[in-house]
Design a protein around this ligand. Structure first.
Ligand SMILES: Cc1ncc(COP(=O)(O)O)c(C=O)c1O
Length: 417
């Protein structure tokens, strides 16, 4: 090991980072030990398996009696580097990477639930999350109640004594940016003997650390801000060692929803610039939200950084004083048909924004949630989630705000006619 290794690791629970470092330092310095070559940029370990010293040590590693890498479905140095960095940024004891954000939710459900268990989930979460938790796991006897993102009382009423194991929230929500009270939901979960899971995709640990507000598990789609440049799919779960290594890792070893070392390496490098990107993108999003609010064709802007947002004060408390880099807005229209027509015309009139379903990229993305990310939901589910035909979501990137405004202006003029 290099004597000036970047991972001091004096605290065995720190994921290899020094607790005294500022998050900016943690983001660039938390890693795995350097190899004998002394590489400065972390090596990429594209190896499906690892050679063991002898049969005895292979047996000891397989039995978990000896640390060390065995097979990349279980663990891999590049994946471990990404996991350590993310755990450090979230303030978690441990993190476990998965092939995608949806893979993380699949692992969560497989690892912590069984038939007969019950989940309470916000009805404002990502469309595929609703499908996976409600429909797919419903087939295996896990029941889910979908409730208001913001009304804590609804969560309380939905809980079933002795059966509710998980509360699942995403804050701010996709695409309406509704903010839930993490501390209140954590208290409720713990009162009922359940765990609170928070999807932290929209903020990333650069703005919000749900574990500090009492959440038990943070879930990520690393596809979003953690990579930050639209290159890879990735996911992760962060929490205590007991939950991550004790309960979820054994399931991951069999289920194989593992992250590729290459994608882990990309996300690991992406996290070095996470805070800078997210803060700059949030500042641009606020500027764009303020401008959109003034456009006659816009009925309402959904952005937690706006004083008019219903949970603005809560968002400022939970999200380090920033609104995040995703916003959405409803167009003025007389009917759902007209709203959809106007939304499509506005999207098609843009030249700079990318018409693509992702967000968290350095390049701004624009989508029509009702026909894309939430297109597989029933009309009733969409209405319950408040996703109308005139809703447009923008994942703000690093372009200059004046260029973004110039790109949206022609479409807004048409929609306002
Ligand atoms: C809030 C949120 N959670 C989870 C996911 C799923 O992540 P992935 O696409 O990496 O599976 C997405 C994807 O868009 C998302 O927006």
């Amino acid at each position: 090991m290099n004597p000036r290794d970047d991972s001091p690791g004096e605290d065995p629970n720190s994921g290899g980072h020094s607790r005294s470092w500022h998050p900016d330092t943690v983001a660039v310095r938390t890693s795995v030990p350097r190899t004998a070559y002394g590489e400065h940029s972390e090596a990429l370990f594209l190896s499906s398996s690892f050679v063991q010293q002898d049969a005895g040590s292979a047996a000891a590693r397989f039995a978990g009696d000896e640390p060390g890498f065995i097979y990349s479905r279980f663990s891999n140095p590049s994946v471990a580097a990404m996991e350590n960095r993310l755990a450090a940024l979230e303030g978690a004891q441990a993190a476990l990477a998965t092939a995608s954000g949806m893979g993380a939710i699949t692992l969560l459900m497989l690892g912590l639930l069984q038939a007969g268990d019950h989940v309470v989930c916000s009805r404002s979460v990502f469309g595929s999350t609703i499908k996976l938790i409600g429909d797919v796991f419903g087939k295996f006897g896990v029941e889910t109640s979908f409730v208001s993102q913001t009304e804590v009382q609804e969560w309380k009423t939905a809980m079933r004594p002795g059966r509710t194991r998980l509360l699942f929230a995403e804050t701010p929500s996709n695409p309406l940016t509704e903010v839930c009270d993490i501390a209140a939901l954590a208290a409720l979960a713990h009162e009922g003997g359940a765990l609170l899971v928070v999807d932290n995709c929209f903020c990333s640990p650069a703005l919000q650390r749900p574990l500090e507000f009492g959440a038990d598990i943070v879930m990520h789609s690393g596809t979003k801000f953690l990579d930050g440049q639209g290159r890879t799919l990735a996911g992760a779960l962060c929490g205590t060692r007991e939950l991550i290594e004790g309960r979820l890792l054994p399931v991951q070893r069999s289920a194989g929803i593992s992250l590729s070392p290459f994608n882990a390496w990309v996300v690991h490098k992406g996290m070095e610039t996470l805070a800078l990107r997210v803060q700059a993108q949030s500042a641009r999003a606020l500027e764009l939200a303020l401008w959109l609010q003034q456009q006659p064709a816009v009925a309402r802007v959904h952005y937690p950084g706006l004083v008019s947002h219903p949970q603005h004060a809560l968002a400022m408390k939970q999200q380090s004083g920033q609104g995040g880099a995703v916003l959405s807005f409803d167009l003025v229209a007389d009917s759902p048909e007209q709203a959809r027509e106007r939304a499509f015309a506005l999207i098609d009139a843009t030249r700079l924004c990318s018409i693509t379903a992702n967000f968290g990229d350095t390049r701004t993305t624009i989508t029509h949630p009702a026909s894309t990310s939430h297109g597989r939901l029933s009309e009733a589910q969409r209405q319950a989630a408040g996703i109308g035909q005139g809703l447009i979501r923008i994942g703000v990137g690093l372009e200059h705000p004046t260029d973004l405004q110039a790109d949206l202006a022609p479409g807004l003029r048409v929609a306002g006619d």
